[in-house]
Design a protein around this ligand. Structure first.
Ligand SMILES: Cc1ncc(COP(=O)(O)O)c(C=O)c1O
Length: 395
């Protein structure tokens, strides 16, 4: 099909031209001085994005799944207990990664579409009088449901319970899109991949690490070699890695961090909020339901839409792709076949959102769903027209 495909899954998203161009330059020696300069700049930029001055950054070739593993094996030992907050497919897999390493996961499970209530975390931690629980595992944005959890609220709950557990937070679909404050919220490890708010192709695992987590890693007994962050930190200090790094991705990351700095993080967060709100209004105006019921818990990087009764969302997604080459995220885990997800993250603007929404409306209609054609688009347009863009002027 001519024109660009609409990759409207919640990451990877379209990679901006500036980043593509930055990645297409010739490779450099990963043990040379030019590389040391590149690494220094990237680590500094990532600190800004994680909003940390105190934390250390470690990155590996890998993916978000690798980042879970890196986070767990560096901080915990087989037999340790953790509190695993589960509200969807990815939070369940974070816990499965822990179980695979012999870590005992005590599940705090809530239904799909709901954030993790901080008071439940507090309750669980208060019953753990001997402080057997070594870490709390949570996702800032559960990508399978489009729900955000109040991470600051969970931190406060942990403090109220007076519990010393480490706080390990997945920010894969929130970092660089939704306000996340590593230092202020006293997170011990925050982990992500590059393919969402950081606007890169997949291929990295990125962690921010607190002093407390660094200390824990000195006695953590999970076997590790590739994921061991100690040699990475040691060699990074000399401007290199203990293995061959993903140099082309680092070129891209330097560029995407520059783009984020130019826009300014508060503006990046506002833009994501505005696109997400326009999308949610459009979905409701189509007469469809959002999976997330509490508006305060809607993720600003994606919207999970309930498929009307009698329609299978997997079949709809295939239909939409066949006819307009628009890619939508499927329902995962317990909501397979029941929802579809619209991604609106990274380098993304008003007209791209409207194009995606038009594609959703047309393909729903041609799939046989009885929606009023144009109602969703009109709702989104009206919201975008009247809400202030980052220039502060509306349209
Ligand atoms: C919140 C979250 N965590 C972890 C992952 C796993 O990342 P990856 O697929 O890069 O391994 C994903 C993937 O989309 C995710 O959305």
């Amino acid at each position: 099909m001519p024109g660009r495909p609409f990759l409207q899954i919640p990451g990877p998203a379209l990679v901006p031209e500036r980043v593509v161009r930055a990645m297409s330059q010739s490779l450099i020696d990963h043990r040379g001085p030019e590389f040391a300069g590149l690494l220094k700049e990237v680590l500094k930029g990532l600190k800004n994005v994680f909003q940390t001055s105190d934390g250390e950054i470690v990155l590996y070739p890998g993916s978000g799944t690798g980042a879970w593993e890196a986070c767990l094996v560096n901080t915990l030992s087989p037999g340790d207990h953790v509190l695993g907050c589960v509200n969807g497919h990815f939070s369940a897999r974070f816990c499965q990664t822990a179980s695979a390493h012999g870590i005992q996961v005590r599940m705090l499970e809530v239904p799909y579409g709901v954030g993790i209530p901080a008071d439940l975390v507090e309750e669980h931690l208060r019953t753990d009088k001997n402080h057997q629980i070594k870490a709390v595992l949570a996702l800032h944005s559960e990508t399978s449901t489009g729900v955000t959890t109040n991470i600051a609220g969970i931190r406060e709950a942990m403090d109220r319970a007076g519990h010393p557990a480490l706080f390990l937070v997945d920010v894969v679909s929130s970092l660089a899109s939704i306000d996340f404050r590593f230092d202020e919220w006293k997170v011990d490890v925050a982990l992500t991949g590059p393919q969402k708010g950081l606007m890169l192709p997949p291929g990295m695992a990125i962690l921010a690490i607190s002093r407390k987590a660094l200390k824990a890693s000195q006695s953590a007994k999970c076997p590790r070699f590739f994921w061991d962050w100690a040699p990475v930190l040691e060699r990074n200090a000399r401007g290199e890695f203990p293995y061959t790094p993903a140099t082309a991705l680092l070129f891209g990351l330097k560029e995407s961090l520059a783009m984020l700095a130019e826009e300014g993080l508060p503006n990046v967060f506002r833009r994501h909020n505005r696109m997400a709100e326009a999308c949610r209004r459009a979905v409701l105006a189509m007469g469809l339901k959002l999976l997330v019921k509490n508006p305060d818990e809607c993720s600003n990087t994606l919207t999970a839409v309930c498929m009307p009764d009698g329609f299978d969302s997997d079949a709809y997604i295939a239909h939409a792709h066949r006819h307009l080459e628009i890619s939508l995220g499927p329902g995962l885990g317990k909501v397979k076949g029941k929802i579809f997800r619209i991604g609106h993250l990274g380098s993304f603007n008003e007209l791209e959102l409207l194009g995606a929404l038009a594609g959703v409306e047309m393909t729903l209609k041609s799939f046989g769903v009885n929606i009023p054609l144009g109602a969703g688009l009109a709702a989104a347009e009206s919201y975008l027209l009247h809400s202030a863009s980052n220039t502060g002027q509306g349209l």
